[in-house]
Design a protein around this ligand. Sequence first.
Ligand SMILES: Cc1cc2nc3c(=O)[nH]c(=O)nc-3n(C[C@H](O)[C@H](O)[C@H](O)COP(=O)(O)OP(=O)(O)OC[C@H]3O[C@@H](n4cnc5c(N)ncnc54)[C@H](O)[C@@H]3O)c2cc1C
Length: 405
Amino acid sequence: MTEQTLKKPVDLATFYPSDLYGYAQGLTIGELQVLQELREVLETKVRPYVNEYWEKGEFPFAAFAEIAKVRIMDNPLLFEERADKRVPSQLYNVFRYFELAKLDASIATFYTVHGGLYYATLLNGGSPEQIEQFATRAASFKDQGCFALTEPLHGSDIAGGLATSARKEGNTWIINGEKRWIGGAGTADEMAVFARDEADGKVKAFIVPGKAAGVQVEKITGKIALRMVQNGHITFTNVKVGEERRLPKVNGFRDVANILKTTRADISHLATGLTAGAFEAALRYVKTREQFGKSLGSFQLVQEKLAIMQANVTANLSYSARLAAMQEEGNYTEVNSSMAKMHNSLRMRETVALAREVVGGNGITLETDVARFFADAEAIYSYEGTHEINALIVGRYLTGISAFV
Ligand SMILES: Cc1cc2nc3c(=O)[nH]c(=O)nc-3n(C[C@H](O)[C@H](O)[C@H](O)COP(=O)(O)OP(=O)(O)OC[C@H]3O[C@@H](n4cnc5c(N)ncnc54)[C@H](O)[C@@H]3O)c2cc1C
């Protein structure tokens, strides 16, 4: 046993009981300290509110503020062994999503819009000055950011179809168009907005203040999944931003695809966390409920379902951890991220269905947590590249034939 193992602040087998292949062993002591504090806050300050807010269709901002205090993006403990002081280790990123989504997928999604999509857009597209100005405030949660790419008429075909326009007059850009499904849009301080330059037809990115004149956000209501996340339909009417708010390293959809390569990996990790959350909730339930005078967990047919769910958590963690290692080396492709998102979402969907089955009637109420995971999985399955779109990316790699149209 190494010195490092001896000093781990938690017993990993107890802290991550569903990580049967021990991927968490690669976490540093500092990372584990942050994750331990995050767990404490999630269990004591967030869990008590999730079902109530899910049912109300509102976001628990006060509870989320407690998560921000843990400094899950910029805690110095995350950077002790790192040269890059803005991006913590990719394995920590896996377990950050694992932890958040294991508790609740809306909380994890709100985080990923800000700390994944918005932050990655800044780091990939911004100048050093813009990164200093916007990313620092984002990492400390002083600003809340959102990511506005999808449009009412263009979802999967956004690459070619993006219709929001940007026109440059002097040193000012004028943006017009609509964006749909944008997580956290109604409360965002800053919005990463993708628009097509009328002059050269290229997709460019702008950091637009959420309260800029001409920005109007309408909340999408009646959702059956991620009910806490406030998804917005944004209308931009002659919104003006200065050239200093255009991200200079986004000059076409290829650059957007490069951002999505990172964020699709994030969602594969989020799916891993949700899979574990549904499984662990179901396991808790079958150990306590009795039928025919015996614990549900004692029945062979139930145990087989538990075994499949556990294997799915392990398979998803394997994808996430290996992808994280490749990201750390800077040696991964769009195909790697798409395959992980596709695989982990499929196993997540199978797991939430099995979890709901073994919980019986109580699996359709919020009481056991399983129903929430079951419903939320549907949104994860479709956002950040639907199953079909990610499958087509892998298929194009395998055959050399693009089958999108
Ligand atoms: C809860 C939620 C949160 C979101 N948050 C954000 C956000 O913060 N920012 C943002 O920009 N976007 C966001 N999105 C948008 C999300 O990325 C899109 O929903 C997704 O890209 C799919 O687009 P669509 O819903 O328009 O479906 P469509 O593109 O209309 O697709 C409908 C169906 O047709 C299939 N399909 C489409 N094209 C093909 C094809 N060529 N071959 C085979 N099948 C095909 C799709 O796979 C899907 O099953 C969010 C979505 C949801 C549901």
